[in-house]
Design a protein around this ligand. Structure first.
Ligand code: GLV
Ligand code: MN
Ligand code: MN
Length: 446
């Protein structure tokens, strides 16, 4: 197998301009006119997926869609047993999103692959555009990457979206069979998963660095909490006789903030709250709220969750309410793979880009892919630290730097992957069995 040496590709500036133009093109495809919003298997997701598939094919990748709508572009490789490098990120968004969260990682990887100009590689390369990372439609995240590692919780298939469509029916309507979820990489030898992503926080900007290399991703828990009381007339029910769940929810929100301010590195957010029936002249009968809580140390996360739940129970008791909670998602934090990350860092040094190391509290497809293969992330500075917001931004020069690093990383890996000794090279791991489990208990959903 000839190894690639120097590939003549587009200039850094040309590549960055084309990546950013593509981000703009995708930003125009939305489920909500006037905002960027794309949910799992929605019409806008179908449209962006078709467009990105066309770009992948023009770059010489063979494309396929898996049963949940993940788009996979495979670089030509004649050796079925070649170890696999996976690059990618997600194409779905939060509601009223920015242009870059997830999308930029897919398009950066695509540009880096395009710049190889179809030169043969001594490993298999797959570019993945995940169908769901944000959990917008079903309130549970990582549907794309979880399906890819063969771990889509069967209970989730019964969840309903706002129109009452179950996840199972949405997958069937799309043409997939939800009972057919399998780990895509079972039995394959893996080099790893490398995801480029905006930092979504202020750290790189504060340190004056264009790019960062991930150290670790925080663990997280998503919960739904409900207080049930008694609905009533807002004008005729004396205050002392009310069982109003709204003040209980307010106490809970303050308790969440208080705990997170006290506990170093803990972040906790109530992003949704819905009193029902929800009218200005009706005392609510129930309030449902979301809780998103994250910490790099799982023991501290578990302790914090328990303490907040205890707090909720005592608020409910004191106010004569019922309290219910449901854990929707629970994921321990993971560390980035030291070897793949070192290769990424050394490559950045070699192309003259300064990087720093940082841990992240954001959820990423990398958290899930790390269950079955070494994982590394290349992070781009986020101006103003803004993300999950239409003002999300990137600097074109940073996009150029990230393109140079990813492109050079693939070339470097190609030079270092010697076909004859690759079977003993510890950078490759073999994914066992159908479940794709490495035996590391990273998932502890409750
Ligand atoms: C996803 O972007 C998350 O961090 O929730
Ligand atoms: Mn996001
Ligand atoms: Mn993202």
């Amino acid at each position: 197998m000839p190894m690639i040496e120097q590939v003549i590709g587009p200039s850094t500036e040309e590549a960055a301009a084309s990546i950013l133009e593509r981000c703009e093109a995708l930003a125009r495809i939305t489920d909500e006119p006037g905002r960027i919003t794309r949910g799992f298997l929605s019409p806008a997701m179908a449209e962006v997926t078709t467009l990105v598939a066309r770009w992948m094919e023009e770059a010489g990748l063979q494309t396929e869609l898996d049963i949940v709508g993940n788009l996979i572009g495979t670089y030509p490789c004649t050796d079925d047993d070649a170890p696999v490098l996976v690059l990618g990120s997600h194409l779905d968004t939060v509601s009223d999103a920015g242009r870059y969260d997830g999308i930029l990682g897919v398009l950066l990887a695509l540009a880096a692959v395009e710049a190889l100009d179809r030169a043969p590689l001594p490993f298999a390369l797959e570019l993945v555009a995940f169908a769901d990372e944000e959990g917008l439609r079903y309130g549970v995240p990582f549907l794309g990457s979880r399906a890819m590692v063969g771990d889509l919780d069967p209970a989730w298939l019964r969840r309903r979206d706002r129109e009452g469509v179950t996840m199972a029916d949405a997958i069937k309507a799309w043409g997939g069979d939800p009972t057919e979820v399998r780990c895509r990489y079972a039995g394959r030898r893996m080099i790893g998963f490398v995801e480029a992503h905006i930092e979504q926080g202020p750290v790189l900007e504060q340190r004056g660095l264009p790019l960062g290399i991930l150290e670790a991703l925080s663990g997280a828990c998503w919960m739904r909490i409900r207080f049930d009381g008694c609905a009533g007339h807002a004008g005729t029910t004396p205050m002392a006789l009310r069982r109003d769940p709204v003040p209980a929810a307010a106490e809970m929100v303050l308790a969440v903030e208080h705990l997170a301010l006290r506990e170093p590195d803990l972040v906790a957010t109530v992003g949704k709250m819905r009193p029902s029936p929800g009218a200005s002249n009706v005392i609510a009968g129930s309030v449902e709220m979301s809780l998103d809580i994250r910490h790099p140390d799982d023991r501290c996360l578990a302790r914090s969750i328990e303490s907040l739940l205890d707090n909720c129970r005592s608020i409910a008791r004191r106010r004569d309410l019922q309290m219910h909670h449901e854990v929707l998602h629970r994921q321990r934090g993971v560390e980035a793979d030291a070897r793949v990350s070192a290769l990424l860092r050394e490559t950045a040094n070699a192309v003259g880009v300064e990087t720093g190391e940082l841990a992240l509290g954001a959820g990423h497809d990398s958290l899930i892919m790390a269950r079955i293969m070494p994982m590394a992330m290349l992070l781009l500075r986020s101006p103003g630290g803004v993300s999950h917001h239409p003002d999300e931004a990137v600097l074109p020069a940073d996009v150029g730097d990230a393109f140079d690093v990813l492109h050079a990383f693939i070339q470097r890996l190609a030079r270092e992957t010697v076909p004859d000794d690759r079977k003993t090279d510890p950078v490759f791991i073999r994914v066992d069995g159908d479940s794709g489990s490495t035996g590391v208990d990273l998932d502890c959903k409750g």
